[in-house]
Design a protein around this ligand. Structure first.
Ligand SMILES: [Zn+2]
Length: 324
């Protein structure tokens, strides 16, 4: 699907407003400050691209003609999102509203290679006119713009040009980001978040940071390697090669003690960045959410509402979100 013509600032503003609630052309004009004529043109263009549809007449004011209300056309565009975990691949297909229309999970072999991942992805991702592309979430470190990854915990993966490899194999635009950044994007898609951390405790441990409402990636896309900050000098050896990282100390603990290790580290993070919202996620947390919730510091703490689809949904939003 060629949407280059639709990516103007005003088109995105209209799609963003309609996503926040069905609106008439008149209220779009009022909200954007654009003239009714300009809004009519933009809406016509977005409707002919299949991205907007009319829902029916509404009377907002009581006088004059009823107005046609607009909404996103769910089938107008799709994006795929994938999560390359240390032992499995999860893929979702999102419609234009960000809802999951299909999901699959396949195991990845021990010591899997980039070629194994591409082989697993290929049958799950179908290119097509309405498909905008694929987003991939994977452990850091990685370089976000170029999509070059060297994930901790995946032996043999060093400076892999995952974006370029996947684009060549699948014939689609591909975006790559850290699993945790994808996760925090997904959370911010569902509800307003400003200064928040998505704490992800799965096969690895990390955070996605949202500061001032924007994903914070740092100078070299390295922000959020929270799992590899030291919490115990001379502690257990970590997959990153150092000792006593939060990830390694947490993995060496069980039950309440593991939750307390995570809570101590999260408290440091809240102190450092003055965060007001913490979202817990990842399969370890989903196994015993109450244990982790009880241990956390006194800020607004919740467990993700996406379950295991969090990272793949956020990865898909890396692509879909370009429209908004
Ligand atoms: Zn480490």
């Amino acid at each position: 699907m060629d949407l280059t013509a639709l990516r103007s600032h005003n088109d995105r503003a209209v799609l963003r407003l309609v996503r926040s609630g069905a609106l008439s052309r008149a209220s779009l004009a009022a909200e954007t400050g654009l003239t009714p004529q300009a809004i009519s043109k933009i809406v016509a263009r977005l409707m002919s691209a299949g991205l907007l549809e009319e829902t029916g007449a509404v009377r907002d004011g009581g006088r004059g003609k009823p107005r046609m209300s607009l909404r996103l056309a769910p089938g107008g565009a799709y994006a795929y999102g994938a999560y390359v975990d240390r032992d499995e691949l999860r893929v979702v297909r999102l419609d234009l509203t960000g809802e999951v229309v299909s999901a699959s999970v396949v195991p990845l072999p021990p010591m899997f290679t980039p070629a194994d991942v591409l082989d697993a992805l290929a049958p799950l991702v179908e290119a097509g006119d309405e498909v905008l592309g694929l987003g991939i979430g994977i452990a850091g470190p990685l370089e976000h713009r170029g999509g070059v990854v060297s994930p901790n915990g995946l032996p043999g993966w060093s400076s892999v040009p995952l974006k370029a490899l996947a684009e060549k194999r699948l014939g689609l635009p591909v975006a790559v980001d850290k699993d945790t950044n994808a996760g925090v994007l997904a959370e911010a898609w569902r509800r307003p978040l400003q200064d928040a951390a998505l704490v992800f405790v799965g096969t690895g441990l990390g955070v996605g940071l949202l500061l001032g409402g924007e994903v914070y990636r740092g100078a070299r896309s390295g922000a959020g390697e929270f799992g590899h900050t030291t919490i115990q000098l001379d502690g257990p050896l970590c997959v990153c090669g150092r000792r006593g990282c939060v990830e390694a100390v947490h993995a060496a603990s069980t039950g309440v003690e593991a939750a307390r290790v995570l809570a101590a580290a999260v408290t440091n993070l809240v102190q450092l960045l003055d965060l007001d919202q913490i979202v817990l996620s990842g399969r370890k947390v989903l196994e015993s959410p109450d244990l982790y919730l009880r241990a956390m510091p006194d800020v607004d703490v919740s467990v993700t509402s996406y379950g295991p689809d969090l990272v793949p949904v956020g990865a898909g939003l890396l692509v879909l979100g370009e429209l908004f």
